[in-house]
Design a protein around this ligand. Structure first.
Ligand code: ADP
Ligand code: MG
Length: 234
């Protein structure tokens, strides 16, 4: 684990995939305004594994949602491959997410009526059914669930459900994977297994991975840690 971009030896030369520039986010609740992000500057480089830390309520999930096109900034810019994200319509946002971003959530977000294989295949775009199934099976194999493909979420442990969610996040060969507290619902043994899986996927597939986490073990596994405090990255 290394602290800060200037100590990461590839920083100067590697490509920035995703960038937040003076990003601010305010939420309005009735007449009250809550200023969560107050000028966040942050670069995610191709192939990096970065942990995003910060106290509960510091805005980690908010930042992930903005970076992944799930929500819009109040001001500032998100750049993807050097160009500002254009998310004027829901369709534009959905297209950006579907093509470029894999999401992993704390509570897995699997569809209960679909089995593991169907859940992994769900986000897939423009491929024949058979190609799709081959890829989903390869991913489930990769996350160690070759013999659980026909199981529904209720027939899987928490760790197994998170493996399915991780396989699903990779289905469209995303340029970046954003994970929000992926180990937050897991016991410590399973947590270690999921961290190991993320690490392994990062190494084998040169994934670009940003993980919001409270978990010190995730932070240790990452190449770089960035912290959110008082609405900024420090
Ligand atoms: P973290 O993930 O670091 O715990 P969040 O990004 O979830 O933090 O939340 C940051 C702050 O923004 C919290 O005070 C939270 O209550 C508030 N917040 C998050 N989402 C919304 C929303 N949709 N509307 C209003 N306030 C929100
Ligand atoms: Mg959060």
């Amino acid at each position: 684990m290394q602290q800060g971009c200037n100590q990461w030896r590839h920083c100067a030369v590697s490509k920035v995939v995703l960038s937040a520039q003076d990003v601010r986010k305010r939420y309005h609740l009735g007449s009250k305004e809550l200023s969560v992000l107050q000028g966040v500057d942050f670069d995610l480089h191709k192939g990096e594994f970065v942990a995003l830390q910060g106290a509960s309520g510091s805005g980690k999930s908010t930042l992930l949602q903005l970076l992944g096109g799930l929500d819009r900034v109040s001001s500032g810019s998100i750049l993807f491959d050097g160009s500002p994200l254009r998310l004027q319509t829901a369709a534009q946002a959905a297209q950006f997410r579907g093509k470029h971003v894999g999401f992993v959530f704390q509570a897995y977000h699997l569809l209960p009526d679909l089995d593991a294989l169907e859940n992994v295949m769900l986000p897939a775009q423009i491929q024949s059914e058979s190609q799709l199934e081959v890829r989903a099976k390869e991913l489930l194999d990769k996350v160690g669930l070759r013999d659980r493909m026909g199981h529904r979420p209720s027939e899987l442990s928490g760790g197994e459900q998170q493996r399915v969610a991780i396989a699903r996040s990779l289905m469209n060969k995303p340029r970046i994977v954003l994970a929000d507290e992926p180990t937050g619902n897991l016991d410590s043994t399973t947590e270690g297994e999921i961290i190991e899986l993320l690490k392994q996927l990062h190494e084998d597939r040169q994934l670009t991975l940003l993980v919001a986490t409270h978990d010190e073990e995730v932070a240790k596994a990452a190449q770089r840690v960035v912290r959110l405090k008082d609405g900024k990255v420090c």
